[in-house]
Each structure stands twice: as structure tokens, then as C-alpha cells.
Write a new protein. Structure first.
Length: 146
């Protein structure tokens, strides 16, 4: 397999424990990446549009992949996904929904809004590591980014 540059993964997640667990799982799964975090949909869009505290491209690089929680304060993941996929400058960024919601309605709506994948957050750390390995293998090793 050819050596690839680390990809920038931007995770929109309001729960600090979930952010820490995901970061640890990515590290344990040996996924080569640069992981950044925002806490809700408003921050996500500010980051993507390089507004406010996210104006510096060095500290807030354009993500290659977004991991998106659905249930967040201020602006939830559904609204943020609709805004991303409705913006010609952002719509090509793949979005993987990573949420606790297992409802078919959320899944269907996520795909209808343009999500690349829909994953339910595992309940154990071991399963989260497995999921991050699978996400990493696909998005880091196989997918080509422009």
C-alpha cells in the first residue's frame, strides 16, 4: 500500500468524553491523521468557513473528512449537514455521521442530506477502536482526496 499523507479529520461532538474516547480510539487504531474538534454545528460551520477563531488556515486546516454527531446544542448535526451540502465550497467534503441515534428516520434523513456514511457509536471502547480502524482503513488508505 502506498504511503499517504495524514488526512485532516474534523469531529463535531459536544460530549467531551466522546471526543476523548474517539481520539484515543483513533490513536490506538493507528489511523494516520490530524484530528480537530468542534463542539456543535455553529462551530463546525465557522471552522469550515474560516470565521472568527478559526480564521487561521494553519491551525484550522480544511478537513478531508468530517465525523458528525447529530444531537448537539445550538445547531444539531442535521442542520449542519444540510448547510454543508448546500454550500458549493463545502459540499465535496465527505461527512460520516457518528451518533448514538439508531432511528431509521435519522439514518434516512442523514443519507438524504448527503452523508457518506452513517455509523452508530459503539458502547465499548474496543468496538470504537474497531470502528475507527475500519473508518481509517477506508478513508485514509483507499479514498483519494482532491
Amino acid at each position: 500500500m502506498k504511503s499517504k499523507r495524514p488526512i485532516v479529520i474534523l469531529m463535531a461532538e459536544d460530549d467531551a468524553d466522546d471526543r476523548l474516547l474517539t481520539s484515543d480510539a483513533l490513536e490506538e487504531s493507528r489511523v494516520v491523521n490530524d484530528l480537530k474538534f468542534v463542539v456543535d454545528g455553529v462551530d463546525l460551520l465557522e471552522y469550515l468557513r474560516r470565521e472568527g477563531r478559526y480564521s487561521d488556515p494553519e491551525s484550522s486546516p480544511r478537513p478531508d473528512l468530517i465525523l458528525l454527531d447529530l444531537n448537539m446544542p445550538r445547531m444539531d448535526g442535521r442542520e449542519a449537514l444540510a448547510a454543508i451540502k448546500g454550500d458549493p465550497d463545502l459540499r465535496r467534503i465527505p461527512v460520516v455521521i457518528l451518533t448514538t441515534s439508531e432511528t431509521e428516520e435519522d439514518m434516512v434523513k442523514g443519507y438524504d442530506l448527503g452523508a457518506a456514511s452513517y455509523c452508530t457509536k459503539p458502547v465499548t471502547f474496543e468496538r470504537l477502536v474497531e470502528l475507527m480502524k475500519a473508518i481509517g482503513k477506508y478513508w485514509v488508505e483507499f479514498v483519494e482526496f482532491p
